[in-house]
Design a protein around this ligand. Sequence first.
Ligand SMILES: C[S@@+](CC[C@H](N)C(=O)[O-])C[C@H]1O[C@@H](n2cnc3c(N)ncnc32)[C@H](O)[C@@H]1O
Length: 220
Amino acid sequence: MTDTINADTRFSSPYGAWMQVFAFVYDSFLWLGEIAGMRKRRSELLADARGRVVEIGAGTGLNLVHYRDEVAELILTEPDASMRRRLERSLQRSGRAARIVDAPAERLPLADASVDTVVSTLVLCTVDNPERTLAEIARVLRPEGQLLFIEHVRARSRFLAAYQDMLFRPWRAFAGGCCCNRQTVKLLRDCGFNVEADDAVWRSMPTIVHPIVVGRAIRS
Ligand SMILES: C[S@@+](CC[C@H](N)C(=O)[O-])C[C@H]1O[C@@H](n2cnc3c(N)ncnc32)[C@H](O)[C@@H]1O
């Protein structure tokens, strides 16, 4: 790639060996939620992905089957080695052309204004530094470039939000760093994105990850 820039992309998960287990059980843990509606949501969201597409935190590759012909180039970033091994296998099975890059979303080794679409599904809850990640997404997006996202966020209900606050630490340790009470839409707006998002329910998943928001953010 001619526009790849040098960046320090070293990433060390504080969840260490547990990430191997988490990556191993990940698809099974999500399976019911996928067939209960998340797979359809992924497909509808990614129908809008176009041009040069960068997916952050691509995990085991659950989005791969949903990309369409409008995608000219696909770059999958994933900083965790256990997830990346599964992603490599999923990519091989899919027969799709894509490049896997070992990098955290806070430090994308991509040139400024070089990307048409960034995709984040269930990742902005997990990144260590969401403000830095959103600044990095804004940096790599072309003017009018879009971030397509599905994220679970802090509940609007006070009762459920208090439940998320109470279980924050054990959930974070279980789910590889996931912050169940993150106010991702507010963060996006605070970081200068124009956001269109709909609330939805991630059916057949624990209430701690309700609700989800599905939408698009454009650099303003
Ligand atoms: C809940 S999983 C979501 C995986 C996939 N995007 C999906 O929709 O199934 C969160 C992913 O974010 C990755 N991740 C963790 N920290 C990250 C960071 N700083 N930058 C990018 N990805 C990160 C994890 O390794 C994991 O693959």
